[in-house]
Write a protein that binds this ligand. Structure first.
Ligand SMILES: Cc1cc2nc3c(=O)[nH]c(=O)nc-3n(C[C@H](O)[C@H](O)[C@H](O)COP(=O)(O)OP(=O)(O)OC[C@H]3O[C@@H](n4cnc5c(N)ncnc54)[C@H](O)[C@@H]3O)c2cc1C
Length: 430
């Protein structure tokens, strides 16, 4: 029996519309089912998009015509103690090179634009209905159930993001554990464009990405972030669920305290909160990923836990876009060949293995474990860095001690062995 569509894509965040675009471009009939009333309605990221994978899909990509916010040209990483802050800042002309560019984005603006690319190429869209289950014939996925409708397809692409409720049905993926998932909370804070530019020392179309470790999450595994948009600032934090469960401070209070930290408060002073959101984010890394292919089904993006939180960068969108591209191309090739079994779709996995997606996930596979087990990174080290700089900068009339004597004394408080162990674990993880 003929299927209703050759392909169905579940979810239109980053991976979904790109997969649908590739399928439609190859002349395949494709339906996208997105539970949000409009694309982006339910989506959230920090968010900073590295554009390299988008440029691969759309070689004529022009940031000036896309709904992106500011080009990121100022990188900051801070170690936040409760009463102090140390910031490292990096600027480089190379960050303006189109090959390495990244932009802050607001998903409610960005996602509808991505979806429009798929629609323009010929993909059909249903919005406002969630896929509740996959249809199966034996082990083969044959379509989806959405509301009262059962819609069949030769291949289904799961692009339903973190916390996929369908990955288990598709490929028997176990639910991620609390240590493999983090919760993110974020506020969008409105300020005049020029105020944001002045506070972050940028021009009006360029901005900063600023990550915080330490007191942003009250010493728990995770971190805070600030991204500058045109006339808003995205500010939030991401904290690993297993560690958060032991926290005395609820996550909404952490966010308030982070906003009130003396290093952060001046940045958002006078701003108005215009959006508040929460979302899960995959943190388990390569070893937590489910199978990417089953009979009649492919997983792309965070439904397959494709996300890298390396502390100094958070990346999920560029991975999802690339995975969406390869999934769409592999599904189209399998449809043309008339074989959408797991074997017929296997080219998807090899394409990902040859790309940065699985290479980067593999390179950084130890990092989630390092973060989870190096809790001093979030507690003692920010305090240690504060104490070092106190010795340098606090002048109170008491006799100055030579730095060669004060530095070992500060390090001794953490323990030389602990320090050496953590540095070695960090080197191995990165
Ligand atoms: C706080 C936070 C900060 C982040 N910061 C960054 C960052 O700065 N840079 C970066 O690159 N990444 C960041 N990420 C990660 C990034 O947002 C994700 O990796 C990326 O959005 C994944 O894309 P996706 O297409 O797989 O999933 P999503 O973008 O989440 O899209 C999934 C889509 O599927 C839909 N959907 C879900 N279930 C169903 C269903 N059953 N039926 C129909 N539709 C469904 C959803 O509504 C959604 O539209 C961040 C994430 C969080 C939470």
């Amino acid at each position: 029996m003929m299927s209703d569509f050759e392909a169905i894509v579940v979810g239109s965040g980053c991976a979904g519309p790109i997969a649908a675009y590739e399928l439609a471009k190859a002349g395949k009939s494709v339906l996208v089912v997105e539970r949000g009333n409009f694309c982006g309605a339910k989506n959230m990221s920090g968010g900073r998009l590295y554009t390299h994978s988008l440029r691969k899909v759309f070689p004529d990509f022009n940031a000036a015509e896309a709904p992106v916010e500011r080009r990121v040209v100022r990188e900051r990483i801070s170690m936040l103690a409760p009463d102090a802050n140390f910031t490292a800042e990096f600027t480089d002309e190379i960050l303006r090179d189109p090959a390495n560019e990244s932009y802050s984005v607001l998903r409610a603006r960005f996602d509808p634009w991505l979806a429009s690319k798929a629609e323009d190429a010929g993909a059909e869209y249903i919005n406002g209905i969630a896929v509740e289950a996959l249809l199966k014939s034996g082990d083969k996925v044959t379509g989806v159930r959405a509301g009262d409708d059962e819609i069949t397809a030769d291949v289904v692409l799961l692009c339903d993001g973190a916390n996929s409720l369908l990955a288990g049905q598709a490929v028997g993926a176990p639910r991620p554990t609390p240590s493999q998932m983090a919760v993110g909370v974020k506020q969008v804070i409105e300020l005049p464009t020029s105020v944001i530019s002045d506070r972050l020392m940028t021009s009006d179309d360029e901005g900063a990405a600023w990550l915080f470790v330490g007191d942003a999450t009250k010493g728990h595994v995770g971190g805070g972030f600030v991204y500058t948009n045109k006339d808003t600032i995205s500010l939030g934090l991401v904290a690993t669920i297993s560690d958060l469960m032991a926290s005395e401070t609820p996550v909404y209070q952490m966010l308030e305290d982070f906003k009130n930290h003396p290093a952060v408060a001046p940045l958002i002073r006078g701003g108005r909160v215009v959006e508040h959101s929460g979302h899960l984010v995959a943190e388990g890394g390569y070893d937590a990923m489910p199978p990417l292919v089953g009979d009649g089904v492919l997983l792309a993006g965070e439904s397959a836990l494709m996300c890298i939180n390396a502390g100094y960068t958070v990346r999920g969108m560029d991975l999802a876009i690339a995975a969406g591209m390869y999934a769409g191309q592999a599904a189209a090739a399998a449809l043309t060949a008339g074989d959408t079994s797991a074997a017929g779709l296997a080219g998807y996995r090899s394409a990902l293995e040859n790309s940065f997606v699985l290479k980067d996930m593999q390179t950084l596979r130890r990092f989630p474990h390092f973060m989870e087990h190096t809790t001093r990174l979030f507690t003692q080290y920010p305090a240690m860095v504060r104490d070092v700089f106190r010795k340098l900068f606090v002048v109170d009339g008491t006799p100055v001690r030579p730095i060669r004597k004060t530095l070992p004394q500060v390090a001794k408080e953490v323990g030389y062995l602990n320090l050496a162990k953590d540095v070695w674990a960090g080197v191995k993880a990165l």
